[in-house]
Design a protein around this ligand. Structure first.
Ligand SMILES: Cc1cc2nc3c(=O)[nH]c(=O)nc-3n(C[C@H](O)[C@H](O)[C@H](O)COP(=O)(O)OP(=O)(O)OC[C@H]3O[C@@H](n4cnc5c(N)ncnc54)[C@H](O)[C@@H]3O)c2cc1C
Length: 432
């Protein structure tokens, strides 16, 4: 296949599909390579789809995209072993079209997206792995695939190959992933009748609920749990930093099994038939861990570039946004008759810096190291908050002032006054 394309996109996840779709739609000759049997066969997500990012690529996506439920309610639970303290936001505004967030099943969604890419004119080849980047000095000039005679050339290669990005590592664009910069997440899908899902969450036919969880379910490791409603199923999962799993010598599977026995979670999934179990890495190193994202003849998008906002559990929208901005950069350079040099492609970084994507990642730049070095946020505080709620809500003849004194004593006893002040400062720095 000694052919030349305007652009080659490696990977058919949301970042690669966004880039390939817009490039093909602009009339460029695009080749997209996906190692999976079909787009979505290798991909894992919770999965919440954020409409805004997709709308900017395919404005009328709601007409035929496979969407499960639009989200009308978000809950946040802080758990100890027996209970949780939670807050809920439910809004009639979220029940008005156009809906802002949906649950999706990635295997179906990626297939749908890929069909749009192919309809726009891109050539997709599946079950094919890009094994190397072809270089002319420092410049990427094409790819090598794991098929006979598999050299293909292009003006630009877009690396949309996900969190591992072996290609970028191989080409020396960034070092081996640091275990403290990636989370390992597992999730299961439990199938239940549609009416049961709706009854358990007090929702209507297309309405959905999201529950995010933090606390003792991660056994002191830095991580979170989640539970989402699909049409006829519930997705449940948990993820923690890879470095913590290594230290703690436990497995994600053991964590999820334990989480499912929690008294607040068990009844929600009771009677469900578990049909899907998947595990995947999530790049959660944040702003400070972003590698070099462009060079002569290449651009990097999505998970490959560490574009995940772990605080707000946003990844696919950053993937689609970076894919879109990469495509817009390439189209602008083509239209101006400019070469795909590192200097010209710096426009991509400018576009990213100007978008919510970099602004949000920058905002939380201190978060990963602060949370990582302060496990009390995942153990001691959830326990104290739950104990305080239990005490205040138990009517037992003890006056409320005494209860407040006891709660204050518990907090100071566990963290000391100085420690409490220090933790408040750390949290402020993490969210500043
Ligand atoms: C458990 C879990 C829950 C999540 N929940 C959410 C959520 O609710 N909302 C959200 O927005 N995000 C969520 N995310 C994050 C989200 O899934 C990712 O940010 C998003 O999928 C990144 O898209 P991408 O296109 O960059 O990479 P991917 O979706 O990983 O796609 C990369 C593609 O490249 C292909 N590929 C890799 N190497 C090669 C190669 N050498 N040759 C050819 N093809 C190759 C892969 O097969 C794959 O299809 C979650 C992630 C996990 C793991």
């Amino acid at each position: 296949m000694d052919e030349k394309f305007d652009a080659i996109v490696v990977g058919a996840g949301p970042s690669g599909n966004s880039a390939a779709y817009l490039l093909a739609k602009a009339g460029l000759k695009v080749l997209q390579i996906e190692r999976g049997e079909y787009p979505g066969s290798k991909n894992v997500q919770g999965a919440i789809l954020y409409s805004d990012a997709l709308e900017r690529v395919i404005p009328d996506f709601r007409e035929d995209a496979p969407l499960e439920r639009h989200i009308v309610e978000q809950q946040m639970w802080v758990l100890d072993d027996e209970s949780y303290v939670g807050n809920t936001y439910r809004s009639a505004e979220f029940n008005k079209e156009p809906y802002n967030r949906y649950t999706i099943i990635r295997a179906q969604f990626d297939k749908w997206f890929s069909k749009k890419v192919q309809d726009a004119g891109a050539l997709l080849i599946c079950e094919t792995t890009v094994s190397d980047l072809l270089m002319d000095g420092n410049r990427v000039i094409g790819i090598q695939v794991d098929r006979e005679g598999g050299a293909v050339y292009a003006d630009i290669v877009i690396l949309a190959d996900g969190v591992n990005s072996l290609l970028a590592k191989k080409a020396g664009f960034h070092p081996e992933l640091d275990p403290k910069d990636v989370a390992l997440a597992v999730k299961e899908i439990h199938f239940l009748p549609q009416e049961t899902v709706q009854e358990r969450f007090n929702i209507g036919e297309d309405e959905g609920v999201v529950i995010e969880m933090v606390g003792k379910i991660t056994q002191g490791m830095m991580g979170t749990g989640f539970l989402y409603t699909n049409k006829e199923s519930i997705t449940i999962g948990v993820g923690c930093m890879l470095s913590d799993f290594k230290k703690q010598k436990t497995t994600p599977y053991a964590l999820l099994e334990q989480m499912k026995t929690h008294p607040a979670i068990k009844p929600i999934i009771a009677g469900g038939e578990m049909k899907e179990y998947t595990a995947h890495l999530i790049p959660e190193g944040g702003y400070k861990a972003i590698p070099k994202i462009c060079g002569d003849g290449w651009l990097m998008v999505g998970d490959a570039a560490m574009f995940v906002n772990a605080v707000h559990r946003e990844g696919s929208n950053l993937a689609m946004t970076s894919g879109r901005l990469a495509a817009e950069t390439v189209i602008a350079l083509k239209e101006a008759g400019k070469e795909m040099t590192a200097a010209n492609l710096a426009l991509y970084r400018e576009k990213l810096d100007d978008s919510f994507l970099m602004k949000d990642l920058k905002k939380y730049k201190n978060m990963p190291e602060i949370l990582h070095s302060n496990p009390q946020f995942f153990t001691t505080y959830p326990e104290l908050v739950n104990r305080a709620a239990h005490s205040m809500l138990t009517v037992d003849g003890v006056d409320k002032k005494s209860k407040e004194r006891e709660i204050r004593g518990n907090f100071v006893g566990k963290r000391s006054l100085f420690g409490l002040m220090g933790d408040a400062f750390k949290l402020w720095r993490a969210f500043e």
